[in-house]
Design a protein around this ligand. Structure first.
Ligand code: SAH
Ligand code: SF4
Length: 407
């Protein structure tokens, strides 16, 4: 039997095995397995895939009292990266933990800091896949943007994340680990907000996303308030309803991007299967169940969805949903044929919404000089790795080669 026994983990979503033997050797040295049996696929567990209950169960199966789990979680979410630091745990227990549990599975293979303080991290997982995490400082606030998938299966026409399709799902532990990496990057200031707006469609990786939300929200975990957590979705009505039934107080953001089904289908391939009317119904359900208003996100693409008529039509949708609207001027992606809207068009668009009684804001683009739009760093990494082919789209089957860790 596996040393982690029957502990509940979220590995089912994986195409690959991040805990696999190849991955273990690529991890930061201190947790390298000492015995051959420790490196068998699927035997090790990431601490971020565990919760307070499953960790207690694991320790109980080793004959440890429940309060050990509390002690361990305090170390983990204070940022400990080695069990040897956990001096209030007995040495034999620390050795057993070292042999069975990973404290970090990612390596930071690239770190970029923008002039406005935005930090973008490219993380490489043991199976060689990479994902992006962004940290955005704004006054007292520290917001991190995490990815839920490697790539994205949706393929919205303007977005870098979907360019190579979906490579694999991220596990709950991998999502939480991104938040921990961001938390380390902003220390000693505490992470205050978290948005699921990085690579991937969170509701197409539903279980891992919800499990990660619970850990990020938990007092024993990252302790970020539910109201400071936002899940952004391209719009999957049944999953939106399911999320409403989870009784979490998180914010749901719906990426609309077009006020009519006809235009929306041109921008978002999955909109061919879902009508705006269904999204309005699901959004209302979310509001009824949680008391939390759904936010509408609308990326303004110059000349495509930024006209006065479209603003008026968007106002009608927003009023039906009683939604706030976030307008996001497009953050250009190299080689995609879309451009930022003109400043005056953005101003007019906003005014039309406000005149219609809609609470609307423009969300400033952050980190423009470091390609902070989701998916762009990973995409660029692919281009830079093949400098002779910089004017073609990356081959979706090509593995993005890693870089040595940033010192
Ligand atoms: N898949 C989810 C969450 C990730 S994308 C979703 O689509 O909602 C998070 C937000 O970033 C979405 O609203 C998306 O439309 C927006 N976005 C993606 N690429 C962008 C770009 N290049 N410029 C501006 N916003 C972008
Ligand atoms: Fe995927 Fe969201 Fe990008 Fe669309 S906008 S391709 S759903 S990450």
């Amino acid at each position: 039997m596996s040393p982690v026994g029957s502990i509940t983990m979220n590995h089912s979503a994986h195409k690959g095995q991040p805990g696999g033997a190849a991955g273990e050797s690529a991890m930061a040295g201190q947790h390298a397995p000492e015995r051959a049996s420790d490196s068998l696929v699927g035997q090790r567990v990431s601490v971020f895939d565990l919760n307070a209950v499953s960790l207690r169960e694991l320790l109980a199966s080793w004959g440890e009292p429940a309060y050990r789990a509390t002690q361990l979680l305090e170390w983990v979410y204070r940022g400990a990266t080695r069990f040897a630091e956990m001096t209030n745990l007995a040495k034999p227990l620390r050795e057993k933990l070292t042999a069975n549990v990973d404290l970090r599975r990612s390596q930071i293979v690239r770190r970029q800091e923008a002039r406005d303080g935005t930090i973008k991290l490219l993380l490489r997982w043991p199976d060689g896949q990479t994902s992006e995490t962004v940290l955005i400082p704004e006054g007292e606030r520290r917001t991190t943007c995490v990815s839920t998938q490697v790539g994205c299966p949706v393929g919205c026409v303007f977005c870098a994340s979907g360019l190579g399709g979906l490579k694999r799902q991220l596990s709950a532990g991998e999502i939480v680990e991104q938040a921990m990496r961001a938390s380390e990057a902003c220390a000693p200031v505490r992470l205050s907000n978290l948005v699921f707006m990085g690579l991937g469609e969170p509701l197409a990786n539903y279980q891992a996303t919800v499990q990660a939300v619970r850990t990020i929200n938990a007092e024993w975990g990252l302790a970020i308030g539910a109201r400071k957590i936002t899940v952004s979705t391209v719009g999957l009505p049944s999953q939106m309803r399911r999320l409403a039934d989870e009784a979490l107080q998180i914010t749901l953001a719906l990426s609309l991007h077009a006020p009519t089904d006809e235009l929306r289908r041109q921008i978002i391939p999955w909109a061919k299967r879902v009508e705006i009317a269904e999204l309005i119904d699901a959004g209302r359900y979310y509001f009824e169940k949680t008391g939390r208003e759904v936010t509408l996100e609308y990326v303004l693409l110059g000349g495509l969805n930024d006209s006065a008529e479209q603003a008026v039509a968007l106002g009608r949708v927003a009023r039906q949903l009683r939604s706030n609207v976030n307008l996001i001027p497009y953050n250009p992606v190299e080689m995609l044929p879309f451009c930022r809207p003109r400043e005056q068009d953005v101003g007019h668009f906003l005014n039309h919404l406000r005149e219609a009684g809609v609470n609307a804001h423009i969300r400033a683009s952050r980190g423009l000089d470091i390609d902070a739009a989701c998916g762009q760093l990973r995409y660029r990494q692919g281009l830079e790795a093949r400098p002779d082919q910089t004017n073609v789209f990356p081959d979706p089957n090509q593995t993005v080669p890693g870089r040595p860790p940033v010192p």
